[in-house]
Design a protein around this ligand. Structure first.
Ligand SMILES: *Cc1c(COP(=O)(O)O)cnc(C)c1O
Length: 384
């Protein structure tokens, strides 16, 4: 290990297989934009991006200009970047000069572009984001009209890379009517643009859930996040997929394992409380292992007295409070356990696995949240 108290292992094979599965699923006519915001969903942009490129990805999406700048340093020269969210004025100039694509979700940003492109090297590579019913970012029709006017009037300032929108929860059937409405509104708006001779490079709507559940929402490009990392956006999305298959096997592979080591061991007498306070009372003589991972490392406090980890190929319980830098495991039943033994917080050891999903059920966090909260300072190590 690297002096760090834990490491996150990234499986190269799992990433390549997941992306291969998605490419096959969507076919050649749909571009996969690999979403690597939030440090590639906690996997580490630096580890993930070169592997995704090896698998054939040449378009990546991030949320902010700051993520785009990080990505620009590690990507291949021909690989494209799209910023879906935040940029300040300075970033906007940088993006335009470096042919970084970005969303235009209000006319203010379009006006800023006009002042920048007067002196910039290139036109702005813009994806016009349309409001279709999520009511978050995206222009409503009156603003889309203004945007179209601006683009038509200043054609040399813009390359219309995309028309896009975001769906308000395609992972749940409860949102079906709302999603269908959004898709038809999107189609009507694309038609309206086309009638004005504004034809985008790509129309894109779908994230992971919609791309799997609503094939009609794939259009020319999908913005692929969570599936690439081996997780389903929801149980419903998985069941919808698997329901139509003969072989009921999950086609995705988890990419992440999170591992640490036993820092120290000790015996505690029956009747004693263990760790802070009175949360855990030893009802028998106990052997405990201290693991140097706590809530400051992303191991949620709500896993106090609840979490499960793997040591010596066996599942053992977290006892007492999860501390800032440490947690304690009950290893009373393990015979040959010793200091330095491997501890699996997420991933497999022997025949057993701790999945992010089971982790999330105990701690009430979504896959998405747990992954993206894994601190950037824990080293990522690519394994085969
Ligand atoms: C995060 C994000 C995605 C990817 O979502 P997944 O559910 O992880 O596939 C797609 N589009 C936008 C606008 C996003 O913010």
């Amino acid at each position: 290990m690297t002096g760090s108290t834990s490491v996150i292992e990234i499986s190269e094979k799992a990433i390549i297989d997941n992306i291969g599965f998605l490419q096959k699923q969507f076919g050649e006519n749909v571009l996969i934009s690999s979403v690597v915001k939030a440090n590639a969903y906690g996997h580490g942009m630096q580890s993930f991006v070169p592997i995704a490129e090896k698998a054939g990805i040449d378009h990546f999406s991030v949320f902010s200009a700051c993520e785009a700048r990080e990505l620009a340093k590690i990507k291949r020269p021909g690989t494209r970047i799209m910023i879906m969210g935040w940029m300040d004025d300075h970033d906007l100039t940088w993006a335009i000069n470096n042919r970084v694509e970005f969303f235009g979700f209000d006319t203010e940003r379009l006006k800023k572009i006009l002042s920048i492109t007067e002196t910039a090297r290139n036109p702005a590579m813009i994806h016009i984001e349309m409001e279709t019913g999520m009511n978050r970012t995206g222009m409503t029709f009156p603003y889309l009209k203004k945007a179209a006017e601006i683009i038509l009037k200043y054609r040399s300032s813009f390359i219309l890379k995309g028309l896009c929108t975001h769906l308000a929860g395609a992972e749940s059937i409860a949102n079906h009517v709302r999603i269908q409405k959004q898709i038809s509104r999107f189609q009507r708006l694309c038609k309206w643009f086309k009638e004005r001779d504004l034809v985008p490079g790509y129309r894109h709507v779908a994230s992971s859930a919609a791309a799997m559940t609503y094939p009609g929402a794939r259009f020319d490009m999908v913005r692929m996040g969570i599936l690439q990392y081996g997780y389903w956006p929801s149980k419903e999305t998985f069941i919808h997929y698997i329901g139509k298959k003969k072989v009921k096997q999950d086609p995705l592979n988890r990419v992440i394992s999170w591992k640490s080591r036993i820092m120290t061991l000790k015996k505690v007498k029956r009747g004693e409380f263990i760790s802070y306070g009175t949360m855990f009372l030893a009802q028998e003589d106990k052997k405990i292992a201290v693991i140097p991972v706590g809530y400051s490392h992303g191991y949620n406090r709500s896993l106090s007295n609840q979490g499960r980890i793997l040591i010596n190929g066996q599942r053992v319980g977290v006892i007492g409070l999860v501390n800032m830098n440490m947690l304690i495991a009950d290893v009373t039943k393990l015979q040959s356990v010793k200091t330095g033994d491997e501890v699996v917080l997420i991933g497999s050891q022997g025949d057993l696995t701790i999945s992010v999903a089971s982790f999330s059920e105990f701690s009430d966090q979504l896959n998405y949240e747990l992954l993206t909260r894994l601190p950037g300072k824990i080293p990522r190590m690519v394994v085969n």
